[in-house]
Design a protein around this ligand. Structure first.
Ligand SMILES: Nc1ncnc2c1ncn2[C@@H]1O[C@H](COP(=O)(O)OP(=O)(O)OP(=O)(O)O)[C@@H](O)[C@H]1O
Length: 302
């Protein structure tokens, strides 16, 4: 069952549509990713879902409720970590958790929540003294303290080092395992690929594609990359006309050849090499990544 349903959402600023007919549905229990270049309209869309912005047209429903008209009920079942969240520097972790608990009718007990998020030792620490990763964990705790059915995490791992980012990914998986649906806004392909069940790619206020990570990669014109160093120099034109090849490049320094294409291209390369008695050294065949699909879909730089 869909817990979030957005239909034909539009939001215009200064005469410019920044969200231009967006529709999608998030199923209960999934991690749904919202991926797109800067200014694509991701935050505007999720803030309409949270009831923080009022759509110009279209409809948004969270568990069947209107986030603007039924704001109080929606706040009780949707937890939000806002982009660039800040708390008062002197507030301790305990005070922040107590304060946020008081906002809700039926908050969860914040103590086990803090333990689960690795904040048990930090309850007396002031916000300003927390590391970036600890602040993010606190924001996740604050988004969960109301006992929500769905949580919106907006660019949660921006600014974190790779280690803290991976720890946060584990926490997001734990949140989903506890039965909470996650709507995740991110710039990071690896993050989206690793965590999300489905991803909506948003570009210039529109959904450019909505699919599973592997489905998005499969849509990319070149979903396989084959590279090898031939036992004798091979001119690029000898590889002309390979089926489904999108590009062929030779490294000037070592003669290594890289071909972007599909499985069909890989087979054709191998046949061509065999026919010409050429051995392929360090032959590598890898799947394209979500980066390639993203570039194809948005024409943007990842
Ligand atoms: N309150 C506002 N007034 C005017 N323009 C706005 C307002 N909020 C957002 N915009 C514009 O709408 C566009 C979409 O912004 P939004 O923050 O939704 O994008 P985003 O995809 O979340 O971007 P980012 O990844 O950089 O956070 C941007 O061009 C932004 O400048």
């Amino acid at each position: 069952m869909a817990i979030i349903e957005v239909r034909d959402l539009r939001k215009v600023y200064g005469g410019r549509p920044v969200v231009d007919g967006v529709s999608f549905a998030v199923e209960e229990g999934e991690i749904f990713g919202f991926l797109g270049p800067n200014g694509a309209g991701k935050t505007t869309t999720v803030e309409c879902v949270e009831g923080l912005r009022v759509p110009d047209s279209g409809s948004v429903r969270v568990a069947g409720l209107d986030p603007v008209a039924d704001h109080r009920e929606v706040t009780g079942l949707l937890g939000a970590q806002l982009q660039e969240s800040e708390l008062q520097a002197k507030l301790t972790v305990r005070e922040a958790l107590e304060m946020y608990s008081a906002f809700y009718d039926r908050p969860v007990d914040w103590r086990p929540l803090a333990e689960r998020l690795g904040l048990g030792e930090k309850l007396g620490t002031r916000f300003a003294k927390l590391s970036g990763g600890q602040k993010q964990r606190l924001f996740i705790a604050l988004a969960l303290v109301g006992g929500p059915r769905v949580v919106v995490l907006d660019e949660l791992t921006t600014g974190l080092d790779p280690r803290a980012r991976r720890d946060t990914w584990q926490l997001i998986e734990d949140v989903r395992a506890s039965g909470v649906t996650v709507l995740l806004v991110t710039h990071f392909m690896e993050e989206a690929q690793r965590l999300c069940d489905r991803i909506a790619v948003i570009d210039q206020g529109r959904i450019a594609a909505l699919d599973t990570p592997s489905g998005l990669i499969g849509r990319s014109a070149s979903n396989t990359v084959i590279s090898f160093t031939p036992s004798r120099p091979l001119a690029v034109h000898e590889l002309d006309g390979l089926p489904a090849a999108v590009s062929v490049a030779t490294d000037e320094k070592d003669g290594r050849i890289t071909v972007n294409g599909t499985d069909e291209t890989v087979n054709a390369v191998i046949t061509l090499l065999a026919r010409n008695h050429i051995t392929a050294h360090q032959l590598r065949v890898v799947d394209a990544t979500l980066d390639d699909a993203f570039l194809d879909l948005t024409g943007a730089s990842a």
